[in-house]
Design a protein around this ligand. Structure first.
Ligand code: NAD
Ligand code: UDP
Length: 337
């Protein structure tokens, strides 16, 4: 299938482009390089032997999108393009609402114009808000979001559901990612955060190579086995495979369908630190700090629906992810250039 991948040079998008190529699909990438480097395209080519068609466009630009659709006629869209830094979304809410909503609205309008009826959207476990219990099921209601980034995901889910109700030929597959970590095992593709990493794994990896002196653990007084926060960390290679599996949901019944993409297992901050140390033979110095505002104690997915309906299951371990993240960090100490 020919698939437009918006944000296809980013962390998850680039890994998904590889997975699509190896399962016989033809990805076409649209990315404005806001948070990625053109060098990623060459790395995709090195790993797959294929250089996908690439359009350097802003996905909210309807004219540019129409030109792309006219030329490529994609049958489906996987929509990764968006801003994703939680903290930044609090200080620049308008920028986040504009980019995340406008890219989606422009895409949906262009898809309608060109008769493209399939969209897969990158949502997040953040839409569940503070969990009342775990695991989180797709049937659980969207909760109170705690920041503008999370609210954009919640709003876009609603937009997709409303669009599917109004246009009976549209299918929207909403994928709620839990915590993506890891990198391609070659060390050629991975997460390349700008400035100080917000997320745990890139921070640990930068401490491991001596770029930062110690990890700051946000709270050890949660109601968890060791007091640190528990999350469902999923290897990005597994997450990418989840998108290939999700394409199955485009066949058959139309409408909006939601799937969690996680492992179904929770890992604490300290467990992740120790797994990283063991997998790579390094020491990660850390200090305990106050809790980070907005953090929940425990969050992990029910993965039953993805297995039942898509035959999908994550297969890589936390140790695999620790090894691959460290390898990527070692090979790209200053990110992808
Ligand atoms: P990323 O920043 O690495 O990739 C996003 C890509 O989109 C970048 O290459 C960026 O240049 C591009 N982009 C942004 N705005 C654009 C625009 N207007 N036009 C064209 N391109 C644009 O992020 P990622 O980690 O790969 O995340 C991909 C998607 O998954 C995002 O929507 C993100 O919100 C969602 N998500 C990510 C996580 C995570 O922890 N990484 C968790 C849940 C959901
Ligand atoms: N965390 C931490 N130190 C950091 C970054 C994160 O202790 O430098 C903790 C955070 O409090 C949470 C977990 O690691 O319990 C995962 O945080 P991350 O920001 O990676 O993902 P989130 O679940 O918040 O989306």
């Amino acid at each position: 299938m020919k698939i437009l991948v918006t944000g296809g040079l980013g962390f998850i998008g680039s890994e998904t482009v590889l997975a699509l190529i190896s399962s016989g699909h033809t990805p076409v990438i649209a990315d404005n390089l806001y948070n990625s480097k053109i060098g990623v395209l060459g790395r995709i080519e090195t790993l797959s032997g294929v250089r996908p068609a690439f359009y350097r466009i802003d996905v909210s630009d309807k004219k540019a999108l129409a030109d792309l659709f006219e030329k490529e006629r994609p049958e489906a869209v996987i929509h990764f393009a968006g801003y994703k830094a939680v903290g930044e979304s609090v200080s620049k809410p308008i920028m986040y609402y504009r980019n995340n909503l406008m890219t989606t609205l422009s895409l949906l309008e262009t898809m309608e114009e060109f008769g493209c009826e399939n969209i897969v959207f990158s949502s997040s476990a953040t839409v569940y808000g503070t969990p009342k219990r775990v695991p989180l099921y797709e049937t659980d209601k969207r909760g109170e979001t705690t920041n503008p980034y999370g609210e954009t995901k919640s709003m876009i889910e609603r937009i997709l559901e409303d669009a599917c109700k109004a246009f009976s030929s549209l299918t929207a597959v909403i994928l709620r990612y839990f915590n993506p970590i890891g990198a391609h095992p070659s060390g050629l593709l991975g997460e390349d955060p700008r400035g100080i990493p917000n997320n745990l794994m890139p921070y640990i990896a930068q401490v491991a190579i001596g770029k930062r002196d110690k990890l700051h653990i946000f709270g050890n007084d949660y109601d968890t086995a060791d007091g640190t926060g528990v999350r469902d960390y999923i290897h990005v290679v597994d997450l990418a495979e989840g998108h290939v599996a999700a394409l199955k949901a485009l066949d058959g019944k139309k409408g909006a369908k939601v799937f969690n993409l996680g492992t179904g297992r929770g890992t604490s901050v300290l467990e992740l630190v120790h797994a990283f140390e063991k997998a790579n033979g390094v020491k990660i110095p850390y200090v305990i700090e106050d809790r980070r505002p907005g953090d929940v104690a425990v969050n992990y997915a029910s993965v039953e629906k993805a297995y039942r309906e898509l035959g999908y299951k994550a297969r890589l371990t936390i140790e695999d992810a620790c090894r691959d993240s460290y390898n990527f960090q070692l090979k790209n100490p200053d990110g992808i250039i």
